[in-house]
Write a protein that binds this ligand. Structure first.
Ligand SMILES: Cc1cc2nc3c(=O)[nH]c(=O)nc-3n(C[C@H](O)[C@H](O)[C@H](O)COP(=O)(O)OP(=O)(O)OC[C@H]3O[C@@H](n4cnc5c(N)ncnc54)[C@H](O)[C@@H]3O)c2cc1C
Length: 304
């Protein structure tokens, strides 16, 4: 289908890009081009772009940090909307409202500086608060489910405000994760605990960051590829299956943490990434009878 992007061109000018490599917009630093891509720097632009796709019937995807998606080498047929709408209001009572494109780690740091407790775990989690609210991102014994008060969602028919109970949060999932219909998370309201000592919060966050540096590899990755199965760790199972360091092309199962796949540099492909995913799933299933489920999402056509 040929899409007429004139309306978007008029609004976004050269911020509407054609055949834009998605490797530039995802944490794994690989993946082919989107037919078109627009960067929305504020909420009106974000809503404009989303409504354009809904009204014109254009295939689309909203991306925050691109830190949880593996993009196919053939890219994505349609429009990718990069969300940078990031206005933030921090109340002394611990109520924090962030537009969905705000960086999760920035929100966490700003809240810590204001003495609000609850988001220290998030200081080194990449991506946006919108992506985190959808995926129920978490670390160090906490997660978004413990912080979220409300998630604002725009659909063609209007706005819905999901109270935390409506989000059906569970381990790395929510009522919105994987939903195919048109929706846009516009803002997230958190309830944090006021009255903490910022220095103590910073010290706690520094411990988490140091732990991450010790245990997780640097470089281009998507964080944990698989969910931990009940009562176990995906990384432990992959390591026990002898796959640490396994390599396909320029992609490697990390020597440091076997639940991370690292793109070693130029030439890393999504096909290599997926081959290692399948290798880990099949080997772990054969050895331990456990099928590892993906935590990350796939974007584009992987049938080839
Ligand atoms: C090095 C590294 C470490 C990581 N560590 C952790 C960790 O400790 N804990 C953890 O939970 N995760 C971790 N992750 C994964 C990732 O950071 C989280 O899943 C993050 O919350 C994803 O946010 P994002 O903005 O990048 O989402 P994206 O990857 O951009 O998008 C994820 C999904 O949400 C959709 N989406 C995003 N924003 C919107 C929106 N506003 N409206 C509608 N749909 C939207 C996208 O279409 C996509 O389907 C790590 C990743 C990396 C690279």
């Amino acid at each position: 289908m040929t899409v007429d992007y004139t309306l978007l061109e008029e609004r976004f000018g050269d911020r509407l890009r054609r055949d834009e490599p998605l490797a530039r917009h995802t944490a794994a630093r690989l993946g082919g081009p989107a037919d078109a891509l627009v960067v929305a720097h504020n909420l009106p632009d974000l809503i404009f772009a989303a409504r354009f796709t809904w009204e014109q019937g254009v295939s689309h995807r909203i991306l925050g940090g691109g830190s949880n998606v593996l993009v196919a080498d053939s890219g994505f047929r349609g429009l990718v909307i990069i969300n940078r709408a990031a206005a933030l209001t921090i109340g002394a009572d611990g109520v924090v409202r962030a537009e969905s494109g705000a960086s999760l780690s920035t929100v966490a740091r700003r809240c810590m500086a204001r003495g609000l407790r609850g988001l220290e775990w998030a200081v080194s989690v990449p991506g946006t608060i919108g992506g985190a609210a959808i995926n129920n991102a978490g670390a160090y014994g906490s997660d978004m489910a413990a912080c979220v008060r409300e998630v604002e969602v725009l659909r063609p028919a209007g706005v819905t405000r999901y109270a935390v109970a409506d989000m059906a949060y569970a381990y790395r999932t929510s009522a919105l994760k994987g939903v195919q219909g048109p929706y846009l998370v516009t803002a997230v309201t958190l309830q944090l605990a006021p009255g903490a000592d910022p220095a103590a919060l910073r010290a706690q966050a520094a411990e988490y960051i140091a732990h991450r540096k010790r245990t997780q590899p640097p470089g281009a990755s998507l964080g944990s590829i698989f969910k931990n199965p009940p009562g176990d760790y995906a990384g432990r199972l992959i390591e026990a299956a002898g796959l640490k360091g396994a390599r396909r092309g320029q992609v490697q199962i990390s020597e440091k943490h076997a639940n991370f796949l690292v793109n070693l540099g130029e030439g890393g492909t999504a096909a290599d990434y997926l081959a290692l995913i399948r290798l880990a799933q099949e080997t772990v299933a054969a050895r331990f009878g456990v099928w590892l489920e993906l935590e990350i999402e796939l974007l584009g056509d992987f049938s080839a």
